[in-house]
Design a protein around this ligand. Structure first.
Ligand code: SAH
Ligand code: SF4
Length: 393
């Protein structure tokens, strides 16, 4: 992929919001919360469970956004729903389409904040990378999001809503009468690897993933969801017990000295403590191997010695090592390791018995990497403002 690759970038018209500020959004409510909400507007308690099932299926299995389309409900009930509730998902501000099929979305959420989501099609599957926070409280020195302060946590509705808008864009809500479980999914996997630290927004991430995993919801298996954490140790066991998805960990270094600098949360929970929590994870979550993410930074963490130390550290943990060539951003204090260095590192890890895939950069022509679309857009806007200021227009 070169910088000259053809790209398309649509600036989509945002649907106008009606004066519905007071209405409650049903997206992101747990089944219990939706039940209470329906009872509050007068649904008889004995009917509430059934009604939740019906509304839930319309929203999450069919992608319906208008209560009027919920044709198995009485007209009066549909009108009641429309009077009190909305079905609201993030708005697509821009969508960039890479020549390799990667789609990158800039999404606007309540308060005018923006987050990004990236859809990556692969052979026989498609992975959506979603965000959990606007910005991040952590300050990993190689990560562009780490230079932005935390603005706020996303709500459960905004997290599951990212999956819903991308299904809209892919046009993959099942047609009426078709069994949604039988679809070959374009969006078959979800990774929490966008902006933010998902374990610092635990409850909302959990509630959203419960909807994604719900057999009558988005209906993706828990093995198709991967949560990436920088190493929030106390929440790792909770993630196993309350979500049960696959876990990826931003490991990135093999000594505390280096990891303290790259992933500063290491000063709070060091490598040994982190590894202790990771050893417990597969048993607690009944899941398979843990993905160790390892960003390749030239001369910082990429030596043969590092590779050997890494395999020694993780001994006994069912693991896959995902080597990520560093994605540079303007002003970044690191360089990407050379391809030869990355291959030599991968080789040592592989020979020790671990899968060591090198992540191929996808969508480089649309800057589909951590934190980049948002910053680019902000820069464009800023320069537009600057131009306006300069020209006095
Ligand atoms: N906060 C979570 C999830 C979001 S970051 C975490 O840290 O795990 C998702 C992955 O992208 C992490 O492994 C992160 O370390 C990595 N990453 C961040 N910036 C990067 C960059 N510039 N180049 C390569 N990988 C990066
Ligand atoms: Fe936050 Fe993850 Fe970036 Fe670290 S790597 S600053 S935890 S988003």
């Amino acid at each position: 992929m070169t910088a000259q690759s053809p790209i398309t970038q649509d600036v989509l018209t945002l649907p106008r919001k009606t004066e519905e500020g007071a209405k409650r959004n049903l997206v992101g409510l747990s089944r219990a919360q939706m039940r209470d909400a329906l009872i509050e507007i007068g649904t008889p308690e004995r009917q509430a469970k059934m009604r939740v099932g019906q509304v839930w299926a319309w929203i999450y299995q069919r992608g319906v956004r208008d209560f009027a389309d919920m044709t198995n409900l009485s007209k009066a009930f549909r009108a009641d729903l429309a009077e009190h509730f909305v079905i609201e998902v993030p708005q697509v501000v821009t969508r960039a389409l890479s020549e390799d099929g990667t789609r990158k979305y800039l999404l606007r959420i309540a308060g005018g904040h923006e987050v990004e989501a990236v859809y990556i099609p692969e052979e026989g599957r498609g992975t959506l990378c979603i965000s959990s926070q606007v910005g991040c409280t952590l300050t990993c020195s190689f990560c562009h999001t780490g230079t932005q302060r935390l603005v706020r946590n996303l709500t459960a509705g905004e997290i599951v809503g990212q999956v819903m808008v991308v299904r809209d864009d892919l046009g993959e809500w099942p047609a009426p009468g078709r069994n949604p479980h039988d679809e070959t999914r374009l969006l078959s996997n979800v990774v929490l690897m966008g902006m933010g630290e998902p374990l610092y927004n635990f409850d909302n991430v959990r509630d959203a993933m419960k909807i994604v995993m719900d057999g009558e919801g988005i209906s993706l298996s828990r093995r198709r969801i991967t949560l990436s954490t920088s190493g929030v140790v106390p929440e790792i066991a909770r993630c196993a017990e309350e979500i049960g998805c696959l876990l990826a960990v931003s490991f990135h270094a093999t000594t505390d000295e280096v990891r303290d600098k790259l992933v500063p949360i290491n000063r709070r929970w060091n490598i040994e403590t982190l590894l202790g929590a990771l050893r417990e994870y597969p048993r607690l979550s009944n899941s398979e191997r843990i993905t160790f993410e390892y960003v390749m930074l030239n001369g910082v963490n990429d030596s043969d010695e590092d590779a050997r130390r890494l395999v020694k550290l993780i001994e006994g943990i069912p693991a896959k090592i995902n080597l990520i060539p560093f994605n540079p951003w303007p002003g970044a204090p690191y360089d990407r390791s050379s391809n030869n260095r990355i291959r030599a590192f991968a080789d040592i890890v592989y020979k020790a018995g671990y899968a060591s895939p090198i992540r191929t950069p996808r969508g480089e022509d649309i800057m589909a990497a951590c934190g980049q679309l948002k910053s680019e857009t902000q820069r464009e806007r800023k320069s537009k403002r600057q131009i306006e200021a300069e020209t006095g227009s």
